[in-house]
Ligand binder design. Structure first.
Ligand code: GDP
Ligand code: MN
Ligand code: MN
Ligand code: MN
Length: 252
C-alpha cells in the first residue's frame, strides 16, 4: 500500500477575495480521489474573517474572565461572540463555537496573520470546503475531497495536531464495526477518525510557522464519499458527551 503527501507550491500570502481553488489548480496537477487539505487560516483570510481588537468593545462578562487571564478583555469578548457555550473559563478558555467545534479560544489565531490582526475560523467550514472542492472539480473535471484543518490540542496529552474542521466529500469516520480482525473476530466498537488522521498527516508538511505551505494533497486513499459530508458527523451529541457533562458540573 502507498499514500503520497505533497505540498502545493507557490501559494501567495492570502488576502480577502483570493480564489483558493484557482491557486490550487494553477500550482498542482489534481487527480481523481485526491484529498486536498487546506489550513483554515488561509480559508479565513480569503473569506475576510480577520479582525482587530481595537474594533471590539468588551462587556462585563469578558472583563471578568479577562481579570483571571493574561488576555485582553476585547479578545475574550471576541471569543464569547463566536461561542455557543463556555465549557471552562480558567485556566484555559475552552468553548464550543457557533459551529459546534470544541476548542480553546474559539480557534482565534494570531499566527501567520498580518500584524495587529487576528484570524477567525471560517464561519461554516463545511461550506468553505464544499465551495473550494466544487470549484476545483469544475476546473479540473476530477473528483476530489477537501479537508479544512486547524491545529488543536488534545484533552489528555501534551502537544497539538492538525484536525479537521470542515469537510467536502469525505466522511470523518470510517466504521470498522462488523468487520473482521486477523483472527476472524468481529470488531465491535472501532470507528477510525480518518479525517483527523489525514489532517494530522498533512500538518506534518504544513508545520506551524513560516513554512508557507497551507495546502497539502494526499493521494492514494480511496475515501471519497458518495454523498455529502460534514464534520458534525464526528461531534458527539450533548446526551452522549460525558466530557462536556463533566466540564459543566465543574463549571456550575
Ligand atoms: P492553522 O493551523 O490553520 O492555524 O494554520 P497555521 O498558522 O498553522 O499555518 C499552516 C501553514 O500555512 C504554515 O506552513 C504557514 O506558514 C502557512 N500559511 C499560513 N498563511 C499563509 C498564507 O497566507 N500564504 C502561504 N503561502 N502560507 C500560509
Ligand atoms: Mn495559525
Ligand atoms: Mn489556527
Ligand atoms: Mn497550524
Amino acid at each position: 500500500m502507498k499514500m503520497e503527501a505533497f505540498t502545493v507550491e507557490n501559494v501567495p500570502l492570502i488576502k480577502e477575495g483570493d480564489d483558493i481553488a484557482s491557486i490550487i489548480c494553477d500550482n498542482a496537477e489534481i487527480k481523481d480521489y485526491d484529498i486536498i487539505v487546506i489550513a483554515s487560516t488561509i480559508v479565513a483570510k480569503s473569506e475576510g474573517r480577520v479582525f482587530r481588537l481595537e474594533d471590539i468593545e468588551a462587556g462585563e462578562k469578558a472583563k471578568e474572565i479577562a481579570s483571571r487571564h493574561d488576555l485582553d478583555p476585547e479578545f475574550i469578548q471576541a471569543v464569547l461572540d463566536r461561542s455557543n457555550e463556555v465549557l471552562m473559563e480558567f485556566p484555559i478558555l475552552l468553548v464550543e463555537t457557533k459551529n459546534g467545534h470544541v476548542c480553546i479560544k474559539a480557534g482565534i489565531d494570531e499566527s501567520n496573520v498580518e500584524g495587529g490582526y487576528l484570524a477567525d475560523l471560517p464561519e461554516d467550514p463545511d461550506s468553505s470546503a464544499e465551495n473550494i472542492g466544487k470549484a476545483v472539480e469544475m476546473n479540473t473535471s476530477k473528483k476530489v475531497s477537501v479537508i479544512v484543518t486547524d491545529t488543536n490540542g488534545r484533552a489528555f496529552k501534551i502537544g497539538q495536531t492538525g484536525i479537521a474542521v470542515g469537510l467536502y466529500m469525505i466522511h470523518p469516520i470510517l466504521n470498522w464495526v462488523g468487520k473482521k480482525d486477523l483472527f476472524g473476530n468481529e470488531l465491535e466498537i472501532t470507528q477510525e477518525a480518518v479525517a483527523d488522521e489525514i489532517a494530522g498527516a498533512a500538518n506534518l508538511l504544513m508545520g506551524e510557522g513560516d513554512g508557507g505551505c497551507p495546502v497539502v494533497i494526499i493521494r492514494g486513499l480511496k475515501l471519497r464519499s458518495e454523498d455529502s459530508t460534514s464534520v458534525k458527523e464526528m461531534y458527539r451529541t450533548d446526551r452522549e458527551d460525558l466530557i462536556k457533562k463533566g466540564l459543566r458540573c465543574l463549571r456550575d
